[in-house]
Design a protein around this ligand. Structure first.
Ligand code: COA
Length: 321
């Protein structure tokens, strides 16, 4: 797997937020673990964050853009409704023979996309798949709503997948959804049900809405069940895992899950303090940080587990090559 990431230069700290809304650094740190997050420059859209991440991933994998067969972009904040962000990236990178599409599974999007890529490679339909997660949540947040705007940040991560020997790479994948909880985390406006109008904007329906407490409970529940399912599918036990890379939404969620799974926190990657919740991009950003910190070596079993709007959740176990 070649891995690349990109985060915008601008850092927004909790102290900065204190100047904008009624909040404080201590509350944000203790309730979420977040210290700061990155904010895209006005001219940066999802594809602009994705491209530098993808360039690094391709270089590390030793794959030329023209060799890529498929580009999957996990995002809930695409450049526009259509054409897809994946098509913009396909053109800008010069992936001349690649098919390209966006995948919508909110914060679970990267793990969903890994599973889709795996199928294309397993069937021999694609030799190389470029999976990207890129998010610019700063554009869809209500910066007056202290319950949501403190949580999210912008960033992108990319990986290049190709065929590996049996028993290596993606060992198991579990995708799940429960649309009954869709209302808990939404961006209701701007789609075909509520097209953009001045009235819609006045009501703030073009912003993220969230029932935080319910999402918290859902997250803790499905992170545990999803992890156990991925282990079962892989024929592994918890002790076989070298590292868990969870969706970086809230360090308290991660701590609850560690306790429920009886899994040592030292073997769980956490970098939510630096980036906040970057939605689909959070797992590749954490994966890249884990690699930089030397926490992953060939042969390690890594569980990646995500949850998000939909509701969706997804878990995959990768034997690192
Ligand atoms: N700064 C200061 N105070 C805040 C605040 C902020 N940013 N946001 C809320 N508060 C206040 C509330 O108004 C409330 O005050 P009150 O007791 O006087 O009514 C108090 O803090 C507690 O609020 P509550 O909503 O009970 O906090 P919480 O412990 O549930 O934490 C979240 C709120 C959003 C951090 C938490 O519910 C959460 O992380 N949920 C999951 C969200 C998530 O992961 N979403 C993305 C999924 S992909």
């Amino acid at each position: 797997m070649g891995v690349g990431t990109y985060v915008p230069e601008k850092i927004l700290t909790n102290k900065d937020l204190e100047q904008m809304i009624d909040t404080n650094d201590q509350w944000i740190r203790s309730r979420t673990g977040i210290k700061e997050r990155r904010i895209a420059a006005p001219e940066q859209a999802a594809s602009d964050l994705a491209i530098p991440a993808a360039v690094v991933a391709l270089k590390k994998a030793g794959v030329a853009p023209a060799e890529v067969d498929l580009i999957i972009v996990a995002t809930s904040t695409p450049d526009m409704c259509f054409p897809s962000t994946a098509c913009a990236i396909q053109h800008k990178l010069g992936c001349t023979k690649a098919g390209a599409f966006d995948l919508s599974a909110a914060c679970s999007g990267f793990v969903y996309a890994l599973s889709v890529a795996r199928q294309f490679i397993a069937t021999g339909t694609a030799k190389y798949v470029l999976v990207i997660a890129s998010e610019v949540f700063s554009r869809v947040l209500n910066w007056q709503d202290r319950e949501t705007c403190i949580l999210f940040g912008d960033g992108a991560g990319a990986v290049v997948l190709g065929a590996v020997a049996p028993g290596q790479g993606i060992i198991s994948a579990h995708l799940a959804a429960d649309g009954a909880g869709g209302h808990l985390l939404t961006l209701p406006g701007c789609g075909s049900r509520l097209p953009l109008t001045p009235d819609l904007m006045k009501q703030g329906l073009h912003y993220v809405t969230m029932e935080g407490k319910e999402v918290f409970k859902f997250a803790v529940r499905v992170m545990e069940t999803g992890a156990l399912k991925a282990l079962e599918l892989a024929g592994m036990e918890k002790d076989d895992l070298d590292l868990i890379i969870p969706h970086q939404a809230n360090s308290r969620i991660i701590e609850h899950v560690a306790k429920k799974l009886h899994f040592p926190l030292e073997k769980i990657m956490v970098n939510v303090d630096k980036y906040g919740n970057t939605s689909a991009a959070s797992i590749p950003l954490a994966l890249d940080d884990a690699l930089r910190q030397g926490r992953i070596k060939p042969g390690d079993n890594i569980l990646m587990i995500a949850f998000g709007g939909g509701l969706t959740w997804a878990a995959t176990i990768v034997k690192w090559v």
